[in-house]
Design a protein around this ligand. Sequence first.
Ligand code: URA
Length: 451
Amino acid sequence: MNPTPAPAQTFRAIDVIRKKRDGGELSRGEVESLVNSYTRGDIPDYQVSAWLMAVVLRGMTRAETAALTDAMLHSGEVVDLSSLSARKVDKHSTGGVGDKTSLVLAPLVAAAGVAVPMISGRGLGHTGGTLDKLEAIPGLNVNLSVAQFCRVLDICGCAIIGQTAEIAPADRKLYALRDVTGTVESPYLICASIMSKKLAEGIDALVLDVKTGSGAFMKNEKDAAFLAELMVETGERMGKQIVAIITDMDQPLGSMIGNALEVVEVVEILRGEGPHDLRQLCLELAGWMLHLGQVADTVADGRKQSEKLIASGKALERFRQMVELQGGDPRAIDDPKKLPRAPHTMILSSPKDGYLASLQCEQVGTACVILGGGRERKEDFVDPGVGIVLHKKVGEAVSAGEPLATIYYTAETRAARARGLLEESYQITDSLARADRALIHRVIGKSGENN
Ligand code: URA
């Protein structure tokens, strides 16, 4: 008798890579097979890296983007939060430098009575990640199971975790791979990554903060608007209320960059202090979240309620509670000395009198990664104590010798590289030619109409 023939192989990664490389459109089945095989560990990183690069160069159709989002979403479970009576609203940013708004918004919005189930990411490319920032708080665990996540949400109305083996595990693997293979900057991949995580959270509504400028993945407003529309369309197709706000990322948000330093700035904002731009953006995003959460009639009302929750200390108290429930040391919230801090500092001073005309924001983010605040390879350890404190914002006057930034570092060689990059990032001119860029550029999405 002849031996039983091996079953015909229906999916071969190489075929899908070639098809995308040559500009073809993948079927839903091909996209699903690729995502599922990779999540199971049946195809190696190098094949998926090649496919990701082909997507960056060739793009995707709307049907492919929808198939990719669905496959990533269904690689894990969709959290059922129907037992929570509050409306569930989340916010997600497309990534920036110094963007710590999630850490402010989760407790602030929860204090207003809206549930915030946040599944966040780690640093990606030159941008910082919410999870890395949170992990700078001693003991804090972002790897909660779905059951633990629901418990924290139930008690304090907000929780922030990473993708688990249960929730969007495909994104967890793809995100880490994209970070180190130069394949972040694709609107289709960003859309699928963000929307798969967010749709798995069991939310009713979502506020998207789509960044534009030199520190964003989308450098110009046209590309940011394209990404915003793609994500709004994807979310609305799934029956969610989605608003995308295009905001400025042409200079870092706030003054502090680096994981533990950013936690310090979060606490400042929750105390009613901190830099103006960060506070303004937090209030704007919170206003939208409260409005979509149906506890504020208008966005302006949502902003006002948020200001009061900060002034009364209720938002900060909620942050302490969330930190403690996730295993973190709540004393670190009131005493920054309990947060990790790099052992050395170095000051970068202005070479001349003039005005800070611009700051190459991506380079500032990369400088922080080089210090050890982010990853250059998937397996890299993140140093929570390193970072950069900026002493001047774009448009401000500077004198020769005045400090522009303080670098917090652990290793001399890394500090020297980061310093070189930072020096190149500053443009100081004799007069100020550029008009101020608005922080909030525009709002996209049906849910944003009439506001
Ligand atoms: N944030 C995400 O979650 N994914 C991306 O791809 C980019 C930013």
